[in-house]
Every structure is written in C-alpha cells, then in structure tokens.
Ligand binder design. Structure first.
Ligand code: CA
Length: 172
C-alpha cells in the first residue's frame, strides 16, 4: 500500500484548488458525524451505499489505516479517493494484500473481462494458495508486453496484406 499512498498524495498536491476542495467534500461525505476521522462504521456505510463493497476486499479498511489507530484520517482517505477514482482495485485473491506492482493474472479471465481479473501475489501463485480453476497465469507486465507485441505483429501483417493486395491490383 506504501506505493499507492505515495502516488495518491503526489496526485493530490498537484491538483488545482478546486479539485482539492472536491476531495475535502468527499472526505466530509464519509465522515458523517464530522469529527475529522472516518470510523469503520462510517467507511462501511459509505462503501455499501456506493456499491464498492462488491469490488473491495474485507480488509481494505485495515490496509488504508496506515497508523493503525482504527480510523481513517484525511491522508488515509486521500488514498481511498485515489483508489476509487482510478479503479485501483487489485488485491490478491489468495491472501488479500494490495497488489500495486508485479503480480500474476489469470490469462483466461483477463481475456474475458479486463475489469474483473483474477490476481495473485507471487507468493500465493508459487505456493498455490488459491482455488482458481484456470491454470494459465502471466505477470501483469508480461501480459501487457505480450499484448503490445501481438498488436504490433498484427498491424505489420495487415500492412503486408494491404501492400500485397495493392500490388495484385496493379499487376493483374
Ligand atoms: Ca467520523
């Protein structure tokens, strides 16, 4: 979660004043009793109402609560804001840790729906700590690169065919 916190704060300080005010409004909308902290109840109430409970794992509050005081302060809520704004909902299906870097993705599920992937941390993938039925996994970076290479190959092939067709048209 460390990397995500850093990114969220970097994003926040570079926002316009108007956008920052929106984040403050977002914080206030979760902090129902206005005591300056988001309690577990306030948080759960918010994610239930917005439907995020379907996408977030049960331990998300604990992950966000950096100083471990049982509530979310403004900075910790900025991380949450960043997460839902950019749909950063990648958690390990085996142990539940947040996956910000290199991790394994089920190729079949990724092909079917890029939004609903089945992700595992390296440790859970290595120790088979999951009950997923598909067996082919690739790390997220390899998956992106492979897609890029295949896309390029396809474009080159399409160009060759086009040139071939033009030549065919000129010659015959
Ligand atoms: Ca509160």
């Amino acid at each position: 979660m460390e990397e995500m916190r850093g990114a969220a704060m970097a994003h926040y300080v570079n926002m316009s004043n108007k956008k920052q005010q929106e984040v403050v409004k977002f914080f206030n909308s979760i902090d129902k009793n206005g005591d300056g902290d988001v309690s577990t109840e306030e948080f759960l109430d918010f994610i239930r109402k917005k439907g995020y409970n379907m996408e977030l794992p049960q331990n998300v509050f604990k992950l966000l609560d950096e100083n471990n005081d049982g509530t979310l302060n403004f900075e910790e809520t900025v991380t949450f804001f960043y997460m839902i704004t950019f749909k950063k909902f990648t958690f390990c299906k085996g142990c539940g840790i947040y996956l910000s870097g290199l991790h394994f993705v089920c190729v079949k599920c990724h092909k079917a729906d890029k939004e609903k992937t089945y992700d595992l941390c390296s440790s859970c993938y290595r120790n088979k700590n999951h009950s997923h039925t598909h067996t082919k996994f690739l790390d997220n970076d390899a998956l992106l690169r492979r897609k890029g290479i295949m896309g390029k190959t396809f474009n080159v092939a399409a160009k060759v065919l086009k040139v071939g067709a033009t030549l065919h048209g000129l010659l015959f």
